[in-house]
Write a protein that binds this ligand. Structure first.
Ligand SMILES: [Zn+2]
Ligand SMILES: [Zn+2]
Length: 336
């Protein structure tokens, strides 16, 4: 049987990636009638869609962040279950990016497409590991799609934080983390490294951290920062949104060491520009070696690259003999 080329039924539009035979968008940038959402980050999950299909965890995250605005109707689909939508078979498999994150596996007309969403390959105690899935077309993200990006082991970065804490016991250590995923991963990594003290959270991080706990991810003792005196924060770890670590809010902290956990901390100038004294290279995205290894592993014939530094990865894939191109999607932004 001859297969129907994916570009005839899956295409980028100004609203997002559209699957015609199933009549739905994947991670639309603006509200649509039917959306399939890979994960809860703001550049993938917009509020106001009429109908949303996603993993139960992603739906819970969207409801926590958006309340009533999350969607008209929400349809959960567990990892590995298949669903028929119009003339397409759809399955969600773990992407290893944040809790609930999924790759979307589509089958139509004899070909299989995997839309990776955001993904990483390192083990993460807060979410299910990335599951490689053989396909004809792999649509990959490329947030760190340059050979210069190599993420060090997480443990090495967490040890830097713990080492600094032992060197400066009179100072507060404030770590900039994104509210969804990075905050909870840093907590889990601290616990794995044997740190059992309470960790203090900026108010903006409390809701999703409680949601992770309620969905079965243990993160150890956390306390709201709000009612703690300045002196009680000496020698403590505080987690806060990246912007808060350097604005007026941080003045309430005693002599803070400003840290930030992000893949971008690999870029010295970025750390410096953000006033980060202790950069921690902890990323929820694949680095260059992991992107290229994943492309090989899924054994696709064709690669579409989106969401980041497309050119280098497209060039790499072509050199390796793949059909490859950049999928120009609007509405995507860096979320790390
Ligand atoms: Zn993301
Ligand atoms: Zn993203």
């Amino acid at each position: 049987m001859s297969s129907t080329k994916p570009e005839t039924w899956l295409r980028p539009t100004s609203q997002g990636l559209y699957c015609a035979p199933g009549d739905f968008f994947i991670d639309p940038a603006v509200p649509v009638a039917r959306a399939v959402i890979t994960h809860g980050h703001g550049d993938h999950a917009c509020p106001g869609n009429r109908h949303v299909l996603a993993t139960p965890q992603t739906l819970a995250i969207m409801q926590s962040r958006m309340g009533e605005e999350a969607a008209g109707t929400l349809q959960p689909l567990a990892y590995g279950e298949t669903l028929r939508l119009g003339d397409v078979t759809l399955r969600l498999v773990p992407a290893g990016h944040v809790l609930g994150s999924a790759q979307v596996v589509l089958e139509h007309g004899g070909s299989r497409v995997v839309v990776s969403g955001d993904y990483k390959r390192r083990p993460d105690p807060t979410c299910a590991p990335f599951e490689p899935c053989n396909c004809d077309l792999f649509i990959t993200e490329a947030t760190f799609g340059l050979p210069v990006f190599h993420h060090p082991p997480d443990r090495q970065e967490i040890d830097k934080l713990l080492h600094s804490l032992s060197l400066f016991p009179e100072r507060c250590h404030v770590v900039g983390v994104y509210a969804l995923g990075k905050c909870q991963r840093v907590l889990a990594l601290l616990r794995r490294a044997g740190y059992e003290e309470p960790v203090y959270l900026h108010g903006a991080l409390i809701g999703l951290t409680q949601l992770y706990e309620s969905l079965g991810v243990s993160l150890g003792p956390v306390l709201p920062l709000a009612d703690v005196s300045r002196d009680a924060l000496r020698g403590r770890i505080v987690l806060a949104p990246p912007a808060a670590t350097t604005d007026r809010w941080s003045r309430r902290l005693p002599d803070p060491v400003v840290a930030m956990a992000s893949g971008w901390m690999r870029v010295r100038q970025r750390a410096k520009a953000r006033g980060v004294e202790l950069p921690l290279v902890i990323s929820d995205h694949a680095d260059w070696d992991e992107l290229t290894a994943t492309i090989e592993e899924v054994a696709a014939v064709e690669i579409w690259v989106t969401h980041g530094r497309e050119e280098a990865l497209v060039h790499y894939a072509r050199q390796k003999g793949y059909r490859a191109g950049a999928l120009a999607l609007t509405g995507f932004e860096e979320d790390e």
